[in-house]
Design a protein around this ligand. Structure first.
Ligand code: AMP
Ligand code: GLY
Length: 412
């Protein structure tokens, strides 16, 4: 099978690496990719949010499967354009990707499917904002109703800050605060059959102990030894299957990866958000532990045949990914700092360095080119051992201003 992964980041490098390790996959192409993906795939230049350009590339390369990584190309209709050329595409149509693209739409679908989530109000005026803030009380949760990769959300005890964020949003959703640990549970689906993956946990804030602003994610691990054995079955039954069935009922079947961001509150599981794509950085440890051939799985989902293949199976043990971010992330990150030590990190048993924001400069040096630069990912027999190995990898890698959390998967 020939495959093409769309997107420039860490998730796309992780997807390309896992595809390259699938014996059923003969070719892996990535567009636009990064120097990490270049080690396991052929890179191509493409404007990832131009549906026709992506479909042209897929046709020219005669691939059997296109896998779309980020949300922006999905919302732009890349999956629709690729499918229209008769090429299998893992990733939802633009209509189905609305589940991530609009928080208000996601709330509507959840209400129709009786999926447990935070109470929420969509507000259009300052008066409505004020009323909603007072009705739910502090901590205030204020969300921009659009694509923001986790960065359009402010959670604060400060009412003035909550109002200021609401005023800066185009359309604002105000929610009840959900307490309790967060879990990322991903499912691969062909629009009717749903195969959940192992649960993972992501660390969203920039600093240790969950301090500082939200980021795209500073680290992740899987599995969650502390989670209840029933968690996956319960989420499949209460959240994933009803959502997929509701999307099909509406005539916009969701094919691809449904990402359920969950809060395990005292009153039970609640959906914090849906995403229409693999999460980053959870994908790095998840794919490192996946024992099933990824290409087969994604192709079956893209062609409506998921029920014909076995459910995903996992290696024993655990995987931990620690993100290294550039100076000043998540504000305006400083770019162009030289990165060293990746080979030394990868010489540690079980460690892969997954590139996100890296590029080669004119002199062929590897330099930072994005906020999240790379994720050091380690597989070992336990979370604690995988964490030790991942941090041993981090200690080998240097670039000016590098930031990482020191508490990823700590105490698990
Ligand atoms: P979202 O973009 O909706 O995933 O939100 C990003 C992050 O904000 C989440 O991962 C949570 O940490 C936090 N968050 C969002 N909604 C809530 C909520 N209702 N209660 C508590 N925290 C939330
Ligand atoms: N890890 C958070 C996200 O992918 O949105």
């Amino acid at each position: 099978m020939k495959t093409l992964v769309i997107g420039p980041g860490g998730r796309e490098h992780a997807l390309a690496l896992a595809l390259s390790r699938d014996p059923g996959v003969s070719e892996v192409h990535v567009a636009p990719g990064n120097p990490g993906a270049a080690a396991v795939a052929t890179l191509h230049d493409v404007d990832a949010v131009d549906p026709d350009a992506v479909a042209d590339l897929a046709e020219r390369l005669a691939v059997d499967l296109v896998v779309v990584g980020p949300e922006a190309p999905l919302v732009a209709g890349v999956a629709d354009a690729v499918t229209a050329r008769g090429i299998a595409c893992f990733g939802p149509s633009a209509d189905a990707a609305h589940l991530e693209g609009s928080k208000a739409f996601a709330k509507e679908v959840m209400a129709a499917a009786d999926v447990p989530t935070a109470m929420a109000r969509v507000c259009d005026t300052l008066e409505e904002v004020s009323e909603a803030l007072d009705a739910f009380g502090a901590p205030y949760v204020v969300k921009d109703d659009g694509l923001a990769a986790g960065k359009g959300v402010v959670v604060t005890d400060n009412r003035d800050e909550a109002v200021a964020h609401a005023l800066a949003c185009e359309r604002v959703v105000i929610e009840e605060f959900l307490d309790g640990p967060e879990v990322s549970l991903f499912a691969i689906t062909d629009g009717s059959t749903v195969y959940p993956l192992q649960p993972a946990q992501d660390f969203k804030r920039i600093y240790d102990d969950g301090e500082g602003p939200n980021t795209g994610g500073m680290g992740a691990y899987t599995p969650l030894p502390w989670a209840s054995e029933n968690l996956v079955a319960e989420v499949l039954d209460r959240v994933l299957q009803p959502t997929i069935d509701e999307m099909a009922r509406r005539g916009t079947p969701f094919r691809g990866l449904l990402y359920a961001g969950l809060a395990l509150t005292r009153r039970g599981v609640r959906v914090v958000e849906f995403n229409a794509r693999f999460g980053d950085p959870e994908t790095q440890p998840l794919l490192a532990l996946l024992d099933s051939p990824l290409g087969t799985l994604l192709h079956a989902a893209a062609t409506g045949r998921l029920h014909e293949i076995p459910v995903p199976v996992w290696k024993s043990g655990a995987a931990v990914a620690v993100v290294m971010a550039s100076a000043d992330y998540p504000d305006t990150p400083r770019l162009g700092d030289e990165i060293t030590g990746i080979a030394a990190a990868e010489s540690i048993d079980g460690v892969d360095v997954i590139h996100a924001g890296t590029r080669l400069d004119d002199d062929g040096r590897l330099v930072t080119s994005g906020g999240r630069v790379l994720a050091v990912t380690a597989v070992r027999g336990s979370v604690a051992d995988a964490r030790t190995a991942a941090y041993a990898g981090v200690a080998e890698i240097e670039f000016d201003g590098a930031q990482h959390r020191t508490d990823i998967a700590a105490g698990i």
